[in-house]
Design a protein. Structure first.
Length: 64
């Protein structure tokens, strides 16, 4: 779930955490053991562990 050089942009990271937090707030299964209740904090923890079940698609740029 990481891009080729192993990093996401800050925008991709925010998008993935936000989307996952929304899923969690709507009742999705939590992928880590935690006592946290805030969906955003849970999503951040899942992101750090590499467990967010989302992927980023990038448009390919044309090279001249």
């Amino acid at each position: 779930m990481k891009k080729e050089n192993g990093e996401y942009t800050r925008f991709e990271r925010a998008r993935m955490i936000g989307a996952r937090a929304l899923q969690i707030s709507r009742g999705a299964k939590i992928m880590v053991k935690t006592e946290l209740k805030d969906p955003i904090e849970i999503a951040k923890l899942e992101f750090q562990e590499g467990l967010i079940p989302l992927d980023i698609k990038r448009a390919q740029t044309k090279s001249s």
